[in-house]
Design a protein around this ligand. Sequence first.
Ligand SMILES: [Zn+2]
Ligand SMILES: [Zn+2]
Length: 195
Amino acid sequence: MRKPTRRSCKICKTKFIATYDNVWWCCPEHGYEYSQRILARKKAESERKRKQEAQQERRELKIRKKALQPLSQYHKRAQTAFNAFIRQRDSGQPCISCGRNSGAKMNAGHFRTVGASPETRYDETNCHIQCEACNSYLSGNIGEYRPRLIANIGQAAYDRLMGPHEAKKWTREELDALAAHYRAKLKELKQREAA
Ligand SMILES: [Zn+2]
Ligand SMILES: [Zn+2]
């Protein structure tokens, strides 16, 4: 027992005289309703926590899984981002090799191939928009590519591209950064085009 105090009911706001410390309701019905309300609040809170923990777990699992990925997966992502940037940079331009603009899907075609010259796989002077026929069926149609490439980037850049390149070993972090860099550049190009 305590000194009776005036309180307003948590449910209906009616004033009542509380004779016990833990009583916040005017009548048993509102007492029940109030307990249900507290229960629901606790349930929602624990549900929110559970979801948060599950999300955190998924995030950590994703990081662990990614760390186990071979370097080639990182290259694949970086190359996809780089190629998408090249296609956007050159969009609307004709094929670098045959000069045709078929309107069909165009590719990002490397002059020096990724296999033969891995050091230049992310070199912007080494990659241009190319039609499917030249890219896939004519293995890049290099003979036709060369003169248009020189006209496009200039002799000095061509010589630099064809010159020796230091062997390059990318780390996972570098490849992630490279992918992010080209995603950002692509976004910028698209925004500029839309403006
Ligand atoms: Zn009440
Ligand atoms: Zn072509």
